[in-house]
Design a protein around this ligand. Structure first.
Ligand SMILES: [Zn+2]
Length: 316
């Protein structure tokens, strides 16, 4: 059964805790761990909700090697489970692009067939203001750049080209000509995607493209468009989420990882165990707590203090 449910994980956790406390035979403990290892697909939420991360994590310091080893394996596996999502997120720019390219190459083929009857009028070249313009790049728009965007017999489309230009040109070094070409091509792709209709869907997507382009918190989208990393046909078909800033994605990942750490360790209070032996007085009355040190990739460190003699040590 892939992915044990939270309530079952809780039951296994409670059983595990009890088995350890009652010092049941090692193979009893390892069999519960084995179940957890094979059937739990860890997510941050599962770990947090069931506290299973903390329960298993504690066992990394268990005196029975078989238990400790298995607990370590599980913790490592769960860390991987949890990190799969953010990892795919961080590379989603590149992957997304490949996926989109595949998708749009079929679109491209379709619109290629279409292109014979696509009566795109030759656009009037936008007037060059040149790089020597005195306008603050952040304040560029179709007016400051003297763009003639009335290139179609269709006012909706003309305004769309103008809007895309306004969103795209903010902060750009490129000439009005170059930006205009990109804006015009983006509108053409958008128009094609909507079966040459300027209907509500066309306009909704246009607004989405416009607002995402001009988002000051999302300069990467514009940069990717200028550089050609995001081509007009792709831009025309991107969802708002896909357009969302890379920075924001990175922030989300960071928060996710912090939460993960917290779910695994931060709430682990100092506990007392008779499973750990003091190296000095050899008694087994030890309090311990665990904390993530440095990066999430490194093993968790267990801090121990002997309650008999006060000897302190740590292991990871
Ligand atoms: Zn001691």
């Amino acid at each position: 059964m892939p992915g044990m449910e939270a309530k079952d994980i809780k039951i296994h956790g409670a059983n595990l805790d009890k088995a350890v406390r009652d010092k049941l035979p090692t193979d009893h403990i390892t069999s519960i761990l084995g179940r957890l290892k094979s059937d739990v697909v860890a997510t941050e939420q599962i770990l947090r909700e069931t506290k299973i991360g903390m329960i298993v994590n504690k066992l990394r310091g268990h005196s029975e090697k078989a238990v400790a080893e298995l607990a370590k394996e599980i913790v490592n596996k769960w860390k991987k489970d949890v990190s799969i999502k953010p990892k795919s997120g961080s590379s989603s720019d590149a992957k997304g692009e490949v996926a989109m390219k595949k998708e749009s190459s079929t679109n491209g083929a379709a619109s290629g067939r279409d292109s014979s009857n696509k009566s795109t009028p030759t656009p009037t070249p936008a007037r060059k203001t040149g790089g020597g313009s005195s306008v603050d790049p952040m304040k560029r728009n179709k007016q400051t750049d003297n763009i003639n965007y009335n290139i179609y017999d269709d006012d909706v489309r003309n305004r769309a080209v103008g809007m895309i230009y306004d969103g795209m040109v903010i902060g750009a070094d490129a000439t009005p000509d170059d930006i205009f070409k990109l804006a015009q091509e983006t509108e053409t792709q958008l128009f094609m995607l909507h079966h040459k209709k300027t209907d509500g869907q066309y306009r909704a997507r246009l607004r989405s493209i416009y607002f995402n382009l001009k988002d000051t918190k999302n300069p990467n989208l514009r940069k990717n468009v200028w550089s050609g990393r995001i081509e007009p046909h792709r831009l025309a078909s991107m969802t708002s989420e896909e357009m969302a800033s890379a920075e924001r994605k990175r922030e989300d990942e960071k928060i996710e990882q912090e939460n993960m750490k917290e779910a695994m360790v931060a709430k682990a209070p100092t506990s007392v165990t008779d499973q750990l032996q003091c190296g000095k007085c050899k008694r087994k009355n030890v309090s311990y707590s665990q904390a993530q040190t440095r990066s999430a990739d490194e093993p968790m460190t267990t801090f121990c203090e002997c309650l008999q003699c006060g000897h302190r040590w740590k292991f990871s």
